[in-house]
Design a protein around this ligand. Structure first.
Ligand code: GRF
Length: 193
C-alpha cells in the first residue's frame, strides 16, 4: 500500500474519544527511529477526552469534531487530512462509527484496535461478553477498517488467558497491556517491505 522510504515518515492522524492510552503509546512509538510514522493530527469527537492531554503535551495539532452533523464533519476531516498529506488514520478508542463514504475514500488506510479476538465479540462490552461465555482466552486485534463494523482484514492479534475469578477490570487491564504492544507492531508489519 503505502511506501516508507526511511527518510520521510508517513503522516498519521489518530482518532480518539477517551483516555488515549493507545494514543500516548503511538506517540512514543512514533518518536523511535525505526517507526515509519509521524503523528501529525489528533482528532477527538469529545472535547473532554483525557487523551487530548497527550496531544497537547507533545504539541501535536488537535481538533475537535463533535460529529453532530456527521456528513459535514467527515467532509471537513477529509479536507484536513488531504491538505496535511495524512496517509494513514489510526482509530484508538474512537467511539463514533465512520460512514461507508468516509471509509471508502480512505480505503485501506484506516486501522483500528479492538479489545477482543475478532471475529468474536464485535462492538461494545467485549470483556463482559467473553466472561459471560466462559471463554478461556480473550485478547485484542488490530485490523483494517471496512464499512462493516469490526470486520475488516485482521493485521495482528494477541491472546491473553482468562484466569479464575477474572473480572472485567482485570481483563481490560491485561488486554490493554497487549494493545500497546500490538498496535505499533501492526504498523511496522504493514510498512515492512
Ligand atoms: C481500547 O481498549 C481499544 O481496544 C478500544 O478502546 C479502548 C481505548 O483505550 N477500541 P484508550 O483510550 O486508548 O486508553
Amino acid at each position: 500500500m503505502i511506501k516508507f522510504s526511511g527518510l520521510n515518515k508517513i503522516k498519521v492522524c489518530v482518532f480518539i474519544s477517551g483516555t488515549g492510552s493507545n494514543l500516548k503509546n503511538l506517540i512514543k512509538f512514533s518518536f523511535l527511529k525505526k517507526s515509519p510514522i509521524k503523528i501529525s493530527i489528533v482528532i477527538s469527537n469529545n472535547p473532554k477526552a483525557k487523551g487530548l492531554i497527550h496531544a497537547r503535551k507533545y504539541q501535536i495539532r488537535n481538533k475537535i469534531f463533535r460529529f453532530r452533523n456527521k456528513t459535514d464533519d467527515e467532509k471537513k476531516i477529509l479536507n484536513l487530512l488531504k491538505s496535511n498529506d495524512v496517509k494513514l488514520v489510526c482509530l484508538a478508542g474512537f467511539m463514533k462509527i465512520l460512514s461507508r463514504k468516509f471509509i471508502n475514500t480512505f480505503d485501506g488506510k484506516i486501522l483500528n484496535i479492538h479489545p477482543s479476538l475478532l471475529p468474536k465479540y464485535k462492538g461494545l462490552n467485549t470483556h463482559q461478553k467473553a466472561l459471560k461465555n466462559k471463554e478461556k482466552y480473550s485478547g485484542c486485534t488490530v485490523h483494517y477498517v471496512s464499512p462493516k463494523l469490526d470486520s475488516g482484514r485482521i493485521i495482528l492479534q494477541k491472546k491473553v488467558r482468562i484466569v479464575k475469578n477474572e473480572t472485567i477490570k482485570s481483563l481490560a487491564k491485561k488486554i490493554q497491556i497487549q494493545e500497546h504492544k500490538i498496535y505499533p507492531k501492526a504498523i511496522l508489519k504493514i510498512f515492512s517491505p
